[in-house]
Design a protein around this ligand. Structure first.
Ligand SMILES: [Zn+2]
Length: 61
């Protein structure tokens, strides 16, 4: 699986969905590719400040 370049939904910048991350997602059973770059993901996470969820990417709600 080669690295993939995706476009962030929030800031529209390109980011790389690496081979390692793809494997991680697969392992976790995530079917969707990440919609946001790591920066935006972190920002959102900090914003909702939930903690304790085990690092989910919030696709369920
Ligand atoms: Zn972004």
């Amino acid at each position: 699986m080669p690295d993939k370049t995706l476009v962030c939904k929030d800031c529209r910048s390109e980011f790389v969905f690496t081979e390692g991350e793809q494997a991680f997602y697969k392992e976790k059973g995530f079917e969707n590719e990440p919609q946001r770059c790591p920066d935006c993901r972190r920002a959102r996470k900090a914003q909702r400040n939930q903690g304790g969820g085990g690092g989910g990417y919030g696709a369920r709600w």
